[in-house]
Ligand binder design. Structure first.
Ligand SMILES: CC(C)(COP(=O)(O)OP(=O)(O)OC[C@H]1O[C@@H](n2cnc3c(N)ncnc32)[C@H](O)[C@@H]1OP(=O)(O)O)[C@@H](O)C(=O)NCCC(=O)NCCS
Length: 423
């Protein structure tokens, strides 16, 4: 049985941050009803690769959900919303500031309608504080949560990371909060409001940069390859430094393509073995015992020599060959994997991290699989719904509306956009 079987979610989320969260809950077995405006989640039509088909932007974030379209700007649409609220355990949304309030549904009102329902909201900056009125997208959150200022090299511009820590990262935070609140609601009969701000989520994911920010009050950061000193204030960008207690860096391999690198962690325990293998081949036969590098403290100070030696050695090998050499020595390391590498990787296939699906509009396509593996209830991934695919089904099965009632609501415009006025 699926872990969340029996949990029903009224999912008003859109774009990425919210849908990625509700998709995970759907993969754990929740009945997620995607409640869309009549024109649908905007991402259905964004970055399209196949004409007239839901975009991959949409399909990759909305699997295992049912789609219902309701126009919340009509009184009849609001009635459907209220009926659904009464039948759901969780409502979730990531609208811009004040949208639900403008519909007339504050958290207080929602709680009054269904005291047990748990409500989850993602906002760029939360509902309190000077930034609370601002909208946000991924890179805005990365900029304002400390990720960009600490990514890149000191003499270059700040960079965003490829991982969607602002959107999908916040979605993960929300899912955790919702599950905790759901457990409490089951015990107490009372739901609560769960809010995650994207900026807060990014700050949480940058936790070690806050460690370093405070360490700088007491002295320089010996493991950083860039200059640091007591009282310098902000945590600097540090390229590919490891950011942990062990030294690390990306080492270039042959033939020198953009992803021909291996990330190598020069763990203390493997220094002798690594230095004895690399040193003799780069003209440094005594590398392991050389006092400039023999202790981790000295290696930190002279790390640029260590990286130069490893780079010289690695240029004779491809990233896979270099990884094989390092793995024999028990050195923690990993080749830089391109999306193409990953797409064809046996390990990825074995772990079902790329899943092939079919879709009535686009045919075969691939989704990234479920990263959380539950032993008793593995995820069964199903395609995303087309717009409004389940409107009748939900109205009938979940709300018990008969055909006449549905017809009347349709006529009143509950599920559609108002007709355009003639000019
Ligand atoms: C992502 C974001 C910037 C998009 O902004 P946007 O496209 O202007 O969308 P908003 O959420 O502000 O507004 C949605 C609109 O759709 C309308 N809408 C939504 N669902 C509707 C429905 N079922 N029926 C009728 N109208 C609906 C809302 O009423 C609102 O219109 P309004 O401004 O006239 O009230 C904004 O939603 C946001 O900041 N969200 C919070 C942070 C976040 O999640 N960002 C990450 C996105 S990946």
């Amino acid at each position: 049985m699926e872990a969340l079987k029996g949990v029903r979610i009224l999912d008003m989320t859109h774009v990425q941050a919210g849908p990625t969260s509700s998709q995970l809950l759907a993969w754990m077995g929740a009945d997620v009803i995607k409640f869309e405006p009549p024109q649908g989640d905007a991402t259905r039509g964004q970055l399209r690769d196949v004409p007239n088909a839901d975009s991959l932007y949409f399909t990759m974030l909305n699997c295992n959900k049912r789609s219902i379209t309701v126009n919340m700007k009509t009184p009849e649409g609001k009635l459907v919303f209220v009926d659904l609220l009464k039948k759901c355990d969780i409502i979730m949304e990531n609208f811009g500031p004040g949208v639900l309030d403008r519909f007339g549904f504050t958290w207080e009102k929602i709680h009054e309608i269904n005291p047990k329902i748990v409500m989850g909201s993602i906002k760029g900056f939360g509902s309190t504080g000077p930034y609370s009125d601002f909208k946000a997208y991924e890179n805005v959150a990365q900029a304002m949560g400390g990720a960009m200022s600490t990514t890149g090299v000191p003499d270059g511009p700040p960079f965003v990371t490829g991982a969607q820590i602002g959107d999908s990262g916040t979605g993960l935070h929300l899912a955790i909060g919702l599950l905790a609140a759901l457990r409490q609601a089951e015990r107490t009969g009372q739901g609560q409001y769960v809010e995650v701000a994207m900026m807060d989520g990014v700050m949480n994911l940058c936790r070690v940069k806050w460690r370093d920010h405070q360490r700088l009050m007491h002295g320089g950061l010996s493991e950083y390859s860039v200059p640091t000193s007591k009282g310098m204030g902000e945590t600097p960008r540090a390229g590919n430094d490891s950011g942990g207690g062990q030294l690390g860096n990306a080492i270039k391999c042959k033939p020198g393509g953009p992803n021909d690198y291996v990330y190598v962690v020069v763990q203390e325990a493997v220094w002798d073995a690594l230095a004895n293998r690399v040193g003799p081949e780069v003209g440094m036969p005594g590398l392991a015992k050389d006092p400039k590098y023999a202790t981790i403290g000295e290696r930190r100070k002279n790390q640029s020599d260590v990286w130069a030696a490893l780079n010289q050695f690695a240029l004779k090998f491809t990233k896979r060959e270099f990884m094989a050499i390092l793995s024999e020595l028990d050195v923690p390391c990993g080749p830089i994997m391109s999306t193409e590498d990953l797409f064809n990787d046996e390990h990825v296939k074995g772990r079902e991290m790329m899943v092939e699906l079919d879709h009535p509009q686009r045919g075969k396509w691939w989704n990234v699989g479920m990263p959380i593996k539950l032993s008793a209830s593995p995820a069964k991934i199903e395609r995303s719904p087309t717009l409004g695919e389940h409107t009748d089904e939900v109205l009938n099965q979940v709300l018990g509306y008969d055909a006449a009632k549905v017809e009347n609501l349709k006529k009143a415009g509950a599920f559609s956009l108002p007709p355009k006025k003639a000019a």
